[in-house]
Design a protein around this ligand. Structure first.
Ligand SMILES: [Zn+2]
Length: 247
């Protein structure tokens, strides 16, 4: 294939743009802040679940406590009633009096037991509420961290996108100045060649595959007209010759 030597040089600029576009895509995909944000989102979800679970436990315990409070209250009311009756002097039957005194003793015992239960539940409610507060705190901190990280990611992606748009515009402009057949050849090689379609021949070395051309091939290239499109023997990429090619 033949192509104007100046047009062939443009392939190196085009290659730079394509390499830049590939780097931008890679940067987009592997953005450390986004990886961190994805991890943080998983952590936030976990904290949220733990917060909800702790809230359920605290709610159950609070219901237990209300029940324990009411149990104690019932026994206390009954004892008060009995005490009032005892103090009123209305009961004169000794057997009845004795029964009443026994009941008061047994109610006092019962009240003591229920109050122990009540205290134990109160302790547990306190512990459960502390856990709820801790999860709420951790959730708030993590979501605040997430918002900062999200803003960073958005900003970086906007930067990448802006650069990408510039690259697209530049590429369109540059492609228009390259003959269609040369451009098509470049595109085909680029797709097959891991993103590199054209390589500079620098001091006898192909910059696409780093092959140092043997002296006889360099000699051969020296005799090849400038408008002849040459390919690397090894990687088959278009070799771009210029003043630094060592020819
Ligand atoms: Zn090569």
């Amino acid at each position: 294939m033949k192509a104007d030597a100046a047009a062939q040089q443009l392939l190196l600029d085009l290659q730079k743009l394509d390499t830049k576009a590939a780097q931008l895509d890679h940067r987009d995909k592997t953005l450390a802040q986004r990886v961190a944000l994805d991890e943080l989102k998983v952590r936030i979800q976990r904290i949220h679940d733990e917060h909800v679970a702790a809230g359920v436990i605290a709610g159950d315990l609070e219901r237990d406590q209300a029940r324990a409070d009411s149990d104690v209250e019932q026994v206390r009311e009954r004892a008060t009633k009995d005490q009032v009756l005892l103090d009123s002097g209305q009961i004169s039957d000794p057997k009845q009096l004795l029964n009443l005194q026994h009941e008061l003793q047994s109610l006092a015992r019962r009240q003591g037991e229920l109050e122990d239960v009540e205290l134990e539940i109160m302790d547990r409610v306190e512990g459960a509420n502390a856990a709820v507060r801790e999860f709420a705190d951790r959730y708030a901190k993590a979501t605040a961290e997430g918002a900062i990280l999200q803003a960073e990611v958005d900003e970086l992606l906007a930067e990448i996108d802006a650069e990408r748009q510039n690259t697209i515009v530049d590429r369109k402009e540059l492609s228009a100045r390259i003959p269609a057949d040369l451009l098509a050849l470049y595109e085909r090689i680029r797709v097959d060649g891991g993103g590199v379609g054209a390589a500079h021949l620098h001091r006898g070395q192909c910059q696409g595959c780093r092959l140092q051309l043997p002296p006889n091939e360099i000699e051969q290239l020296r005799a090849t007209p400038d408008d002849e499109v040459v390919r690397c023997e090894d990687c088959r990429r278009i070799l771009i010759r210029n003043a630094e090619s060592g020819l």
